[in-house]
Design a protein. Structure first.
Length: 94
C-alpha cells in the first residue's frame, strides 16, 4: 500500500490512542480481529466501505476526522460511540 494508506493508518492509531483503547478493544467494537486493525494502522490493508463505517462508529468521530485525522482538540474522540449508541454485546457491524 502507498503513503495514503499509511497516513490513514496513522490517523486511526492516533484516534484510538486518544480514546485510550488498544487494538484488541477497537477490533472488538468493530466486530473484527485485532490483526485486521493492525493491518489498517500499518497501512498494509486498504479499508472497505463497511470497515470505514465500523471505524467511524467505534471511534465515535465524524467522517472528516476519520478520513483526514484530528486537526484540533475539538476533533478528538470523547470516549467513542458519540453519534451512535451501540448496545452491549453488539458491534458496529451488527
Amino acid at each position: 500500500m502507498g503513503s495514503r494508506a499509511q497516513s490513514f493508518g496513522s490517523s486511526v492509531r492516533l484516534l484510538r490512542t486518544l480514546l485510550g483503547i488498544d487494538q484488541a478493544e477497537l477490533a472488538r467494537r468493530m466486530g473484527m480481529k485485532p490483526a485486521a486493525v493492525s493491518h489498517l494502522e500499518c497501512g498494509r490493508r486498504a479499508p472497505s466501505l463497511d470497515t470505514l463505517y465500523a471505524l467511524k462508529t467505534a471511534l465515535g468521530c465524524g467522517w472528516d476526522v476519520l478520513l483526514d485525522g484530528p486537526k484540533k482538540p475539538t476533533d478528538w474522540p470523547r470516549g467513542g460511540y458519540i453519534d451512535t449508541d451501540i448496545p452491549p454485546g453488539r458491534t458496529a457491524r451488527g
